[in-house]
Design a protein around this ligand. Structure first.
Ligand SMILES: Nc1ncnc2c1ncn2[C@@H]1O[C@H](COP(=O)(O)OP(=O)(O)O)[C@@H](O)[C@H]1O
Ligand SMILES: CC(=O)N[C@@H](CCC(=O)OP(=O)(O)O)C(=O)O
Length: 295
């Protein structure tokens, strides 16, 4: 009996958050490292379905970096990264699109639909959802390409978002579908760009003026040099953490996209551990939340 009462209390605790986020958009970035096993993938699908059922509008942007690397490895292509971005030549671009759009996207859509939701898979090329241009990266803080030209590093087909056309997302929301978006953009030449999924999630959250942007990854959140979780970070402090090396690698695009999303009007952003069961629900529907919030 007590167990049932505690469960009911848990539901009541989440009531204010259900009320707060009803009819609001929450953009969830589902990182490749958070797609650990079948059970966790199913729990993720159920969390999203629950959100949709109580009137929240979840929009999923997924990654798939480790999954791309597995196929590259089989093809004996060595991956390389600069500031958390995959250097993407033509051949790598084909692999990226094949894995993200053809495999990871379909698997997430399949899981949600199999569990009773109504998901639709998209890439940024569908309906010109994500328009992109070649990303320009300066040498600052990468520490890897000593021989690169002093000003810019050529990352190949890596893109940065220039515009988000949200019409297709609005049409899906009107018809109660859950969009699942692969981070591939379209350039002016109609060709694909590989875009870091965090950056896509940030741009979509900004365009939709989302109430929340939640990034699911494989660490507890942003940590300091001793490995202690930083529960709350200010947007204005992010660049100094990057400059002094506290925040590095794949965490750089994450915190930057949170900063940009906040600047564009997203209310709150979070970086949380996607390896925890029901991580999203714990973040959205509990008082204490989990991970790092960036405000
Ligand atoms: N200050 C930091 N706090 C936490 N993780 C960090 C930090 N700096 C660098 N990282 C690295 O960033 C990684 C997360 O980025 P990434 O591997 O790209 O994740 P995802 O695949 O989820 O997008 C962590 O696993 C960690 O190795
Ligand atoms: C330019 C760039 O780095 N693109 C990423 C896109 C996938 C991604 O971001 O996946 P995760 O979120 O799982 O890391 C890549 O090629 O790995």
């Amino acid at each position: 009996m007590q167990e049932s009462i505690d469960r009911a209390r848990g539901l009541i605790e989440s009531l204010p958050y259900m009320q707060e986020f009803r009819h609001k958009t929450v953009v969830i970035k589902y990182g490749g490292h958070a797609m650990v096993d079948e059970n966790l993938k199913k729990q993720f699908a159920l969390d999203i379905i629950l959100m949709k059922h109580i009137g929240i509008n979840p929009v999923i942007v997924h990654g798939g970096g480790p999954q791309i690397n597995r196929l590259l490895d089989r093809l004996e292509i060595k991956p390389s990264y600069v500031q958390g971005m995959r250097v993407t030549d033509g051949e790598t671009m084909s692999v990226v699109e094949m894995v993200l759009v053809g495999k990871v996207n379909k698997e997430i859509v399949g899981n949600i639909n199999h569990c009773g939701g109504r998901a639709v898979g998209l890439s940024g090329r569908d309906g010109d959802l994500i328009c992109a241009e070649k990303m320009k990266v300066s040498k600052k803080n990468d520490g890897t390409l000593e021989d690169a030209p002093p000003e810019l590093i050529d990352l190949g087909r890596v893109g940065q978002v220039t515009r988000v056309n949200p019409e297709i997302l609005q049409a899906l929301e009107t018809n109660d579908f859950i969009p699942v978006i692969a981070p591939v953009g379209v350039g002016e030449d109609g060709q694909a760009f590989n875009i870091n999924a965090d950056l896509v999630a940030g741009s979509i959250a900004a365009e939709l003026k989302a109430a929340k942007l939640v990034l699911l990854t494989d660490v507890a959140g942003v940590q300091d040099n001793e490995g202690t979780l930083l529960k709350s970070l200010k947007r204005s402090d992010l660049e100094s953490y990057i400059d002094n090396g506290t925040i590095g690698g794949g965490m750089i695009p994450k915190v930057r996209c949170c900063g940009d999303a906040l600047k564009a009007g997203v209310t709150k952003t979070h970086i949380i551990d996607g390896r925890i069961e029901h991580a999203i629900l714990l973040e959205i529907f509990t008082r204490e939340g989990i991970g790092t919030e960036i405000v």
